[in-house]
Design a protein around this ligand. Structure first.
Ligand code: HMG
Length: 367
């Protein structure tokens, strides 16, 4: 088994049934809406009604990915779910999803946790498992799913969101995941959620610095002594983990400054290769583990076989990694685009008072 025979064979996405424009939150918090729209670059917050949870979100994305794959459930040898919205400290989210899908038998099933980096780790492990030959040609189902909620009034509130992405890792019909990747980690308490607490504790300023440091280290490693601007030019899209779009802008500009590019070059690369991949993220809000992979799924739409995409993953704590993907023959069809189009068309918009009610309901359900 070689790397060229392993990659993404199908993609499924799911956004929850509710959403709120950030202007509604701004009116509730007495903040100038431009702070959220321009200052953070956010547009909408995806929200879950009380009866809808992480298992529904993850399972539906998985169903959609499986429905576009030409294999059977018996051809799967692994289900790995990256999440930080675990429902149990012992039983993995993969077991809840497997139950929904009727998946049992000779299959490795587990959950991966490393904040927003968990989905990337699950995907890489699935690819490496196949590339090593240990999979004996079985495929893997990989899901990245999260519901991001902050305490009401927290500075992170406008960046909230939710979403799920599922991949079948098998023959690379949609994209090859390159064997070479570059990781960087440093222990930090930038964003964490102690056991038993409902909301994360965030050192906002530290989290921005950690994210930027991770981006500089990973992009430097990717360039490996070559001209970094030329390395960037070979990618059709450069995707980032998107906690909020302005974070990506700040990090990419720093990467360019450290590499010595002119302000014009930075802006050109950002406008052509980075910003266009965040349209779906603006509709989902931060979906933690799913965030980068929503951007990658958007970027892969319609690419010709051989076109390349860079993917920078960041998870608080902190761990990061940059990967390269190469579009396969079926990226062009972009069958997964309809998932986002349909979910967005069908979802209900809530206003400020609806959000207040919803947060009250979520609090009582959690109590
Ligand atoms: P804040 O401190 O309230 O915001 O929250 P601020 O005062 O820094 O303002 C934000 C920006 O809005 C600034 O722009 C202001 O100037 C601008 P900047 O100077 O940074 O370019 N601004 C305005 N612009 C236009 N019109 C106005 C206006 N007013 C202000 N009227 C903070 C910001 C990021 C701290 C908060 O949102 C937060 O805590 N977020 C959560 C943490 C986070 O997302 N960190 C990102 C890196 S860590 C990460 O990505 C991991 C994560 O996804 C979790 C995981 O791994 O699991 C979070």
């Amino acid at each position: 088994m070689t790397s060229t025979e392993t990659g993404i064979a199908s993609i499924g996405l799911h956004l929850p049934p509710l959403a709120m424009p950030v202007e509604e939150l701004a009116s509730l918090r007495g903040v100038d809406p431009d702070k959220y729209l321009v200052g953070l670059g956010c547009s909408e917050i995806s929200l879950c009604p009380p009866e809808f949870g992480i298992v529904d979100l993850a399972s539906e994305a998985a169903r959609r990915a499986l429905s576009r794959w030409d294999g059977d459930l018996e051809d799967l040898g692994m289900i790995a779910v990256g999440t930080e919205t675990a429902v149990d400290m012992s039983r993995p989210l993969s077991a809840f999803v497997a139950e929904e899908l009727g998946l049992a038998g000779p299959i490795r099933s587990y959950e991966v946790k490393h904040a927003c980096y968990g989905g990337t780790l699950a995907l890489r492990q699935a690819c490496e498992w196949r590339m090593s030959g240990a999979a004996r040609d079985k495929a893997a189902l990989v899901v990245a799913a999260d519901i991001a909620l902050y305490e009401q009034g927290d500075p992170g509130e406008p960046t909230q969101g939710a979403g799920a992405v599922a991949f079948v890792v098998d023959r690379p019909e949609i994209a090859t995941v390159g064997i070479d990747s570059h990781a960087w980690s440093e222990p930090a308490f930038d964003f964490y959620r102690p056991v038993g607490e409902s909301y994360p504790r965030v050192d906002g300023k530290l989290s921005l610095e950690c994210y930027k440091k991770a981006a500089v280290e990973c992009f430097n490693a990717l360039a490996e002594g070559r001209d970094p601007a030329e390395v960037m030019e070979r990618f059709s899209a450069i995707c980032f983990h998107v906690p909020f779009p302005k974070m990506v802008r700040k990090a990419f500009h720093l990467v360019g400054e450290v590499a010595g590019w002119s302000a014009e070059k930075i802006q050109q690369l950002y406008s052509e290769k980075v910003e266009p991949s965040m349209l779906w993220n603006r509709l989902s809000g931060n979906s933690y583990t799913a965030s980068l992979w929503i951007a990658v799924a958007q970027a892969l739409q319609g690419l010709k076989a051989g076109e390349q995409v860079a993917a920078f993953s960041y998870g608080s704590g902190f761990g990061s990694e940059i990967l390269s993907l190469e579009a396969g023959p079926r990226a062009r069809e972009a069958a997964w685009s309809q998932d986002i189009e349909r979910d967005v068309a069908r979802r209900t918009r809530v206003d400020a008072s609806g959000y207040d009610l919803l947060r009250g309901a979520v609090r009582s359900a959690a109590a």
